[in-house]
Structures are given as C-alpha cells and as structure tokens.
Design a protein around this ligand. Structure first.
Ligand code: FAD
Length: 492
C-alpha cells in the first residue's frame, strides 16, 4: 500500500492519446469531473495512427461522420486526410480542456494489479533518455490501439538482401523518400496501397502494384449529398452530423447484411462500380476480383475512384502474382514476370500488438492473454479494473470507442453507488460448457495481421456477453443494456 501511495495516483490511467484515448478522456471529464485521470502517450503528440502514418496521401477509409465522435460534428468532406483528422482531434482536446491531462513521451512497459489495495501500478519510461516512470490508478483504460507503432510488417522474401534499391514500409515513411521520377513497386493492395498509389502516381516515373491477391474497392465521390443539402438549408452542424451519421449507418447496415445474405450480388455490384473506371477490356477478374466474399476484410473506399485514374492514364500497373524472389534490380514473380524498380514500398500491413506489448500481472501472476476470455470485447476474465478499446473492422473504429466509453461511465457510476473498488469478469457456472473460440471468426473476418497473431489474442465465447461480435448494429442495442448483476462481473 505505501509503495502505491508514494507514487502519483489517479482514479483512471488512460494509455494512448489516439482517437480512443481522447474519447475516453472526454467522457471522464464530462461525466466525472471529480475523478482524477491522466493520459499517458508514448509519442510526442496526440493522434496515434494519424500521427504515425505520414506516407503520401494518408487518409481515412471510413467517413468522418461515423469515424468522428458522436459528440463533435464533422464539417469537412467525408473521407479525411491525416492532417484534417489531427486538426479535429486537436479541437476536441482544446474545447474540452484535455491538454493538461496528457503526458507525452510516457511509455508504459509493465502494469501490476494488487488486489489488496485494488490498485494498478504501471512502470515505464519518460522522454528520450528513458527516465523511469511509475504511476498508479484504480482503473486502467487501455486505448493503445492494436498494432505496433514502431514498425510495420514486412515479410521475408528470398533475395531481399541482394536488392540494391531502397525498401520503405509506409508506416515508417522517411522524411526524405526521394521517389520523384523513380520507378516504384508497391507490394500489397490493401487500404494503404489504395491511398498511397494515387498520391504518388503522378510524381514517380511509374508505379507497379504487386499483389498476391486482389482487394475489393468501393469508388465513391468524396461528398455527402445529405450533408450538402442540410448545409444549404442552414441546418445547425450538430443536427447535420447526427442526421448524416444515422443515414450512413443505416445504409452501411444494409450493405453489411446484404454482403452476408447475397454475397455474389454485392460482389458483382462492387465490380460493376469499378468497371467503367478501367480501360476497355481490362482484366478485372485477375486484378480486382478477390477470392473472398465482400466484407471479410476491410472494404477499401476509393474517393472519386482516384486509384483507377492512374491505371487508366498508364501511370500505374497492376501485377497479380506471388513474389518468387527479389533481385538486385527489383523482383521476379512466380509466373516469371521481371519487374525493376528504384524503390520498393512494402504496403504489407501491421504487426499486431496485444495490449501495447505491456507485461501485465495480477498479484504477481503474469497475465497470459490467450488464457483469458473477453467480456464484450472490452474486459478480460481474471483481469480486474481494466478495459481495452478495440474498435470495429466493418464499421468505424470510433463507434465502438463511444460504446465502450458509455459502458464504462455506467460501470463507474454503479461501482461508486455500491462502494465497490474492484470489478473482474469471470465465467459463470452456466458458461462451463461454452465453446472457447478465437478472438474473431476467421470465416467472418480475416485480415493478415490477425491471422498471423490470433494465438496471442484473448479468446471469445459464443454468447454475446463473451465476445466482440464486430457487429455494430447489434452491439449498439445490447451494449447499453448490459446489466451488472448477471454474474459475468464480480464486484468487491
Ligand atoms: C493508415 C490507417 C488508416 C486507418 N483508417 C481507418 C478508418 O478510416 N476507419 C477506421 O475505423 N479505422 C481506421 N484505421 C484503424 C485505426 O487504427 C483506428 O481506427 C484508430 O485510429 C485507432 O485509434 P486508437 O486511439 O484506438 O489507436 P491508435 O491510433 O493506434 O493510438 C494508440 C496510441 O497509444 C499509444 N501507445 C501504445 N502503446 C503505448 C504504451 N505502452 N505506452 C504509452 N502509449 C502507448 C500509441 O503511441 C498511440 O499514440 C486505420 C489505420 C491505419 C493504420
């Protein structure tokens, strides 16, 4: 006890000043002005994903009416650049006086829960010189995202060491990338490639996109008709935000349902949307028809179809094949296609990070995440006073950050009213025979970074209490109704 109280103590420590951490802080300030909290952030500023990613063209693939917060109107074009998102987050921080609660360059490496004092003690480092850091809190609100911020995922290909050009991962885009006038290969065709390729297609000599398998793209104008119409009528921005948000969510629910009920129809519709944007006779089957059905991986929005403009104008070429080997001048694919490039950009995804790679223990017992079962995708069996914001894949991440915030606000009120200091998820007797499954159903959603690291993730059950369903439209109904007396949460 004395060790905990000797350190700086808060009611809540929020880890991460990205979109989720700022959401958490907003709710704490609004609903519990008397509670003390701090946001600890490893980076030198706020924004997380939107600060880390600086590659040309970096932008959202969700619309900002739903990727933005429920409480703060979005007034720009639906798809936003990283700078626009950072500016929006900066306004949220300023308008809610959150700057004083954020500590930058504070990196947490361990978190220990002591049941006797119901206290988390976190250790880490501060600043460039790594000064030791110790803080304590009653509750840990983990908003550290889901991937390693320091480095993206690059597979090992044969001959990579022989390549004489430069290899760049978009997540660690160099300040001086020097791609102007160069021949560039982009490996990968996910959302990152879809935003990067149009941004560089006019600058470099030529871009060749090498993809193992195609991705679905959804071209649409970067405007919202309903928002434009409401603005013409001088409707207050708060109303416009709420109405447009509801309309987008309504439409997305239909598309999501249709993707599962009539996947072939949705696939054909998506392909029909890109057909007119490509040259006559283009091999859409080979380059743009994925092996999976729509929505099993994130659907990449392409504002104004800009990805296809480069292909139409001969500035970008698609190659769909596996890489056989790198060569000193480029690479060779399995079917023998030889490609030369001055720069190779590996848009090959993330390294999953479970709970920020922080070593957790409870009363000295290390927490092994695959041995835990998630309570509603936010808390974990046997781990007291801790929640993690893990957003949606098919809908905007922030929708879940808002749901988790609202849930924790209710939970904190409940604990305060009953004088509880500890809440720990636990499986009930009725859950004894419940199948224990992977974090997500890979038939349902299967991005590479999850498939590579699923064994590190917490588990889920087959009941709604014990899973993150990835279904916003169901969860927005059931999460707010979750009760605290159903035995899933043990209070003390
Ligand atoms: C390029 C790109 C585009 C994306 N576009 C979309 C989109 O359009 N729509 C969508 O829904 N999702 C999108 N995503 C997913 C995106 O990551 C999330 O939507 C969202 O930004 C995550 O916010 P977050 O605050 O939870 O995590 P992050 O943005 O990852 O922020 C986490 C923060 O926690 C800090 N942190 C981590 N570990 C520690 C530690 N141990 N100690 C201290 N601080 C720590 C990090 O430094 C970071 O600042 C995109 C992702 C990428 C990479």
């Amino acid at each position: 006890m004395s060790e905990h109280r000797a350190t700086e103590h808060f009611d809540v420590i929020i880890v991460g000043a990205g979109i989720s951490g700022i959401d958490a802080a907003y709710h704490l300030r609004r609903d519990f002005p008397e509670k003390t909290f701090v946001i600890v952030e490893a980076l030198e500023s706020f924004g997380g994903t939107w600060l880390v990613h600086t590659y040309p063209g970096v932008r959202s693939d969700s619309d900002l009416y739903t990727f933005g917060y429920e409480f703060k109107p979005w007034t720009g074009a639906p798809i936003a650049t990283a700078d626009e998102i950072l500016a929006y987050l900066g306004e949220v921080i300023e308008e809610n006086d959150l700057a004083r609660d954020i500590r930058y360059q504070h990196t947490i490496s361990t978190a220990s829960f002591d049941s006797a004092s119901a206290t988390w003690t976190v250790h880490g480092t501060v600043g460039d010189d790594g000064q030791p850091l110790t803080l304590s809190a009653n509750f840990l609100w983990m908003c550290q995202g889901y991937y390693r911020h320091a480095e993206g995922y690059t597979p090992e290909w044969p001959g990579m060491e022989t390549y004489e050009g430069r290899i760049i991962h978009p997540q660690t885009w160099p300040e001086e990338s020097d791609i102007e006038g160069k021949n560039v290969i982009v490996i990968g065709s996910g959302a990152t490639a879809a935003t990067l390729v149009p941004a560089i297609a006019g600058t470099c000599a030529h871009v060749t996109v090498v993809q193992r398998s195609p991705t679905y793209f959804w071209p649409s104008p970067n405007t919202n008709e309903v928002a434009d119409m409401l603005r013409q009528l001088d409707i207050p921005e708060e109303w416009t935000h709420e109405i447009v948000r509801r309309k987008i969510l309504f439409d997305q629910e239909l598309v999501t349902q249709l993707s599962f009920q009539e996947p072939e129809f949705v696939r054909d519709e998506l392909l029909n949307m890109i057909r007119p944007l490509l040259p006559e006779g283009y091999d859409i089957d080979k380059h743009f028809t994925p092996k999976y059905m729509p929505w099993r991986q994130r659907l990449a929005r392409v504002p104004d179809g800009d990805l296809f403009t480069g292909i139409r104008e001969g500035l970008a070429t698609m190659v769909t094949d596996e890489i056989e080997t790198f060569t000193p001048k480029g690479l060779v694919t399995k079917d023998g296609t030889v490609l030369e490039a001055d720069v190779i950009i590996t848009a090959t995804g993330f390294n999953l990070s479970v709970l920020g790679d922080i070593a957790f223990d409870v009363d000295g017992e290390p927490v092994s995440w695959p041995d835990t079962v998630t309570y509603r995708g936010a808390m974990f069996t046997g781990v007291p006073n801790m929640a993690w914001v893990f957003g949606y894949f098919r809908a905007s991440w922030t929708l879940r950050a808002d749901l988790v915030s609202a849930f924790l606000v209710r939970l904190f009120h409940y604990m305060d009213e009953h004088g509880y200091s500890t809440v720990t998820p636990q499986l009930r007797d009725v859950d004894a025979d419940m199948p224990i499954l992977d974090w997500v159903n890979v038939e349902d959603f299967n991005p590479g970074y999850l498939l590579r690291s699923m064994h590190l993730m917490p588990k889920r059950g087959d009941k709604s209490e014990w899973q993150h369903s990835q279904d916003y439209w169901t969860e927005k109904k059931i999460f707010p109704k979750a009760t605290f007396d159903d035995g899933c949460l043990r209070f003390a």
